[in-house]
Design a binder for this molecule. Sequence first.
Ligand code: SF4
Length: 378
Amino acid sequence: MTDKNFDISKRNFVKKCLALSAGVVTMPCHRVMNSIIMEEQVLYWKVAMFQEETPRGIMCRICPNECVLKEGEISDCRNRIVRKSKLYTMAYGNPCSVNVDPVEKKPLYHFFPGSRAYSIATAGCNMVCLNCQNWAISQTSPDKTRNFNLPPEKVVEESINNNCRSIAYTYSEPVTFYEYAYETAVIAKKSGIKNIFKSNGYINPEPLKKLCTVIDAANIDLKSFNDNTYLRLAGGKLQPVLDALKIYKEMGVWLEITNLIVPTWTDNTDEIGLMCKWLSENGFKDTPLHFSRFYPTYKLEQLPPTSVELLRTASKIAEGEGLKYVYIGNVPGNEMADTRCPNCGTTVIARQGYRITTNNIKDGRCIKCNTIIEGVWS
Ligand code: SF4
């Protein structure tokens, strides 16, 4: 059960002040806006999953940060707190961002193409990426954002009302609103709605395995193949992400991977080569890989956008390692946004932006040569 917060009047006062100073704004689509109410503040608390008592405090075991918190302390991801010797999540039923997106926006190119994903996020993240596009909601906490009142059942109801094939847990970092995402996904699954995780993959094996029983597809950011860069750019470690990729795959979740190429940070072609080699040698040849173009943002505003030439070089490296579905993202009008049959080269799905203009996949196969195109098509 959800517990409405204690001491609400005092908290509301503090929250209103903080929300004003943070200037956090979300832009839900009008259709969604009409059917749900954005309240001044909606702050729900719920007992957190995967918590453990230790002599140093309560440990959260959801992600590799493994925060150990004493009474009243708040987690690295900014949405967990210890009260009366119990860990609570403050990110439950109170998303600050709600939109209906094309599934291609996640990006997922091999999962119900052309369908709609009801997309939600609460505030909070377990990394601190210098290039975060959604820093206004990821680098803050749910008590500082304007939130919707949207418990899990209502998310599912709204996804059906908006003709969505799936619910996407996205924008900020869904690992940190694990309880909300998991319990929504359980209800969605029973209602025939698919569940999508757009995540940094920074999660411990046990919670991930539980999550994979209800998640249908994931797009995971593989930010770099250099542990030192991972730490300096994102505040995370590489190995737990690699382990998570394997678990997603082993547990039958449809997986796609995004690698954002950030000039001077993750543009080393030798490292891109090592990453592609690792993917190739570890069973990810059939997994779509999206090389994504960086645009100056947040703490890296001084950098230029990634050159298209470099994105093409990276794609060639990946194809050279035998990866079958390699894409270039964030470059409007490029042919590397299309899906080609790995056998005969026919364009089986053509895209313009997030729109599907041609679909030549029939029963999961290339219409021309009958080769299987891996994915979840219907
Ligand atoms: S999910 Fe949040 S509280 Fe839990 S370990 Fe990760 S950063 Fe810490």
